[in-house]
Design a binder for this molecule. Structure first.
Ligand code: GLN
Ligand code: ZN
Length: 756
């Protein structure tokens, strides 16, 4: 049995790439040093895959920021405003990724979006009418040769043309179809070059194939590949899909002269059925995604072997593959010093997944795989209890009734009551919660974690930060204040650590975007809350100000979506358990005079199934109720806010309104304001705070540009419903740009108010 990895994580087991990049951005290391870090990581990742006997090792899965941005650059999709900066190619690349403000000019970053149903973000390629798509870069080839020099044969990987054209944003009149010819030629040229370099395989990633496809999409795909595949020569072409099944194009892929088709048998609900129904061509190789690239639980060999066996009745050539890139899981259990061996037994991060491939290879080679020692050990693990139950929580969840999901009185009545209570100016200003997690804030937390300072000292520092933050917010004139979240390393991890049922890692980082990584907790068992988690800091902040203070919580859907979920109970059951715990916190905050409570659902949109037919049945039917369960117990005068990162929710706008929050803030500055039209048209009742500037970049917005945005919003949104805020929390920013930006924001709100 042969094995294949779709992609390997790239930031480094100890986030070496993140630190090197950040140091490079700060001017502390040279570009050569940054390149060296990249080369070291690539070499290490290839080597460990080789050691585990992986037959198809990817190259070009490495990236300094994002794989789709790499693909855009490879094919010359670089908007003129970045080219005009006259920077080196890597600096131009970083300008597209992060924006640029300096001697050469002032440009915003490209838009950023969530990569399908993951928490990874890609940079949206921008195609103008004058974009000339052609093979212009060399990274794909360079990394193939680099591996070759290390005696490692790799399978170069690159995002395919269909997904590229589908995910790109078109700023002129031309659309995807107008670029088919150029894109096909560019990929054909790529195959020709790979041929010359002697590559055996190339992996073209087409995750867009697992979404709902129209006949036009299929035609677009076919047109592209008819041309591209004619150029393959001796290079074998693997069309790699992941994150779902390919029910709309399975026969199309079979009919085209691909040499390999990569199919996800973890998230692809219909994958197995498709193979059984249509068969699988003898002259193609099936790359069967059976080792979960998204979750951290050990592979159950029984299931994997079972599916392989079923497949083998229909497929001649099978390669065992990861279900998607391992980018979405942490590196290794090796640096986890605090997890017990008893719990580590159940887990597999990227390195351990490589071992699973090695084990499965050995098992598969036995005359009786089911008698292999590795198999028996694995089965023993899955047949013994993991001790995860909490009967009290289960009983509470079982007793829920409709009333627990309904907040009274209705929205409009609450709105009147709250306007009278808070008496805020029009266009009230606020922030999303966090303030910069500066080096001293992190140092304080680390010192406490390492036992170098007492809990008293640790908290004292946070209290001082809160006091300073409140004073400064008052000084610059914000209307609704926050405590600043200095005690939180991460909006999910913080709650996970305070709740029972979660498990924590020390180094299990996963890339979220660019240099930003997150460390998702693991839902280990039933979830419960044993004590208040946020009341002390929020109440302290409230004691310092007469302005309304917004308490900050993370909602159940986001906690679940940004954790590694259990696989032994349903997502719905886990979500309701978490919701019950957060509900207790909401009621405690309210009892402690916190009049406004924000329950972040930053990640609600993220796990929306990729296919529309699954939206309600698989997701919204429990996700929206889980949110309602959290806040339905508060008084009419308590104002509930929620926040969502990204504004790509026009298609579920009614569900968002049905969350029944009083105010929702969301990102809007990096995407066009299309969402505003939808809000206007659908009679959205919830008050809204579309972000007026981008916090993902250090750039300071001007008063004029904020005013421009606000005035555009006011054309569509009732002024009584509009809030003014940045588009997300400020934790990743520095102090200087944060306060400067917020001053501009308050000033812009004042100037717009003055014109009313
Ligand atoms: N309240 C959180 C913060 O400000 C929200 C973060 C987020 O939406 N990602 O950091
Ligand atoms: Zn956000």
């Amino acid at each position: 049995m042969q094995t294949s990895i779709i992609g390997y994580p790239r930031v480094g087991a100890l986030r070496e790439l993140k630190f090197a990049s950040e140091n490079y951005f700060k001017g502390e290391i040279s570009i050569d040093e940054l390149h060296q870090t990249g080369a070291n990581l690539r070499a290490a990742h290839w080597k460990i895959q080789q050691e585990n006997g992986i037959d198809y090792i990817p190259s070009n899965d490495f990236s300094f920021y994002d794989g789709l941005l790499d693909t855009a650059c490879l094919f010359n999709i670089i908007p003129g405003r970045y080219q005009a900066l006259g920077l080196s190619s890597l600096e131009t690349y970083f300008a597209m990724a992060r924006g640029y403000q300096g001697a050469q000019g002032d440009v915003k970053a490209l838009a950023m979006k969530k990569w399908f149903n993951t928490n990874y973000h890609y940079m949206v390629p921008e195609i103008t009418d004058s974009t000339s798509i052609r093979l212009a870069g060399t990274k794909l080839f360079d990394e193939l040769l680099e591996a070759k020099q290390q005696d490692i044969v790799t399978k170069p990987v690159v995002i395919g043309p269909f997904t590229l054209l589908k995910l790109a944003k078109y700023t002129g009149v031309k659309q995807a179809n107008d670029f088919v010819h150029d894109a096909a030629e560019a990929y054909a040229a790529t195959l020709e070059q790979l041929n010359e370099l002697g590559a055996a395989w190339v992996q073209l990633e087409e995750p867009a194939l697992v979404t709902d496809l129209s006949p036009e999409d299929i035609a677009l795909f076919t047109q592209l590949y008819d041309r591209i595949l004619s150029a393959k020569g001796n290079v074998k072409v693997l069309v790699q899909t992941y994150f779902g099944d390919i029910r709309d194009c399975y026969p199309t892929l079979q009919a085209l002269p691909f040499d390999g088709i990569g199919i996800d048998f973890i998230e692809g609900k219909q994958s197995l059925e498709l193979v059984k129904q249509y068969g699988f061509s003898d002259d193609k190789v099936l790359f069967a995604g059976l080792v979960n690239g998204k979750n951290i639980w050990k592979n159950q060999y029984k299931r994997t072997l079972g599916v392989l066996q079923e497949l083998s009745a229909h497929v001649k050539h099978i390669v065992l593959s990861s279900s998607c890139s391992l980018l979405h899981v942490p590196y290794t259990l090796q640096h986890e010093t605090k997890l017990s061996d008893a719990s580590k037994r159940y887990l597999a991060f990227a390195e351990e997944k490589l071992q699973e491939f090695a084990h499965l290879k050995v098992i598969g080679a036995q005359a009786d795989p089911y008698a292999a020692i590795r198999y028996l050990q694995n089965e023993e693990l899955f047949s013994s209890a993991r001790f995860t139950n909490n009967e009290a929580v289960q009983a509470k969840a079982a007793a829920l009734t409709e009333a627990d999901f309904t907040r009274l009185p209705a929205f409009s009545e609450r709105e009147t009551i709250q306007k009278a209570r808070f008496n805020l100016p029009l266009l009230p200003t606020t922030t999303i919660g966090s303030f910069p997690q500066t080096a001293e804030v992190r140092a304080n937390r680390f010192a406490f974690k390492k036992g170098e300072i007492s809990e008293e000292q640790y908290k004292q520092f946070n209290f001082e930060k809160i006091a300073a933050c409140i004073a400064r917010q008052e000084e610059i004139g914000l209307d609704v204040l926050v405590h600043g979240e200095f005690e939180r390393n991460d909006m999910v991890e913080y709650f996970g650590e305070s709740l029972d049922g979660f498990m924590f890692t020390e180094k299990a980082w996963v890339q979220s975007y660019g240099t930003r990584c997150v460390k998702p907790p693991i839902v280990w068992g039933d979830i419960s809350r044993s004590k208040p988690m946020t009341v002390e800091y929020s109440a302290y902040a409230k004691s310092l100000t007469n302005k309304p203070l917004k308490g900050m919580l993370t909602g159940p859907v986001t906690i679940l979506n940004w954790s590694f979920p259990r696989e032994d109970i349903s997502l719905k059951d886990s979500a309701f358990q978490i919701a019950l715990a957060i509900r207790d916190e909401v009621l405690d905050l309210e009892a402690n005079q916190i009049e406004i409570i924000q329950i972040d659902e930053a990640a609600l949109r993220e796990k929306l199934p990729l296919r529309k037919s699954d939206w309600q049945s698989e997701y919204l039917s429990w996700a929206i109720p889980a949110f309602r369960l959290v806040h339905s117990g508060v008084q009419a005068e308590t104002q509930i806010h929620t926040h969502m990162c990204y504004s790509q929710f026009s298609d579920i706008i009614r569900d968002i309104d049905a969350m029944d929050a009083d105010v929702i803030t969301f990102e809007a500055s990096r995407s066009d304001l299309a969402i505003i039209d939808v809000i206007n048209e659908c009679g959205f009742q919830t008050e809204v705070g579309p972000g007026v500037y981008d916090i993902h970049s250090p750039r300071i917005p001007s008063v004029e540009e904020i005013k421009l945005g606000l005035n555009r919003m006011l054309e569509k949104i009732d002024i009584a419903k509009l809030w003014v805020n940045p588009d997300c929390g400020l934790k990743t920013r520095g102090d200087k740009e944060t306060w400067a930006s917020l001053e501009q924001l308050v000033q812009a709100a004042k100037e717009v108010r003055a014109t009313l």
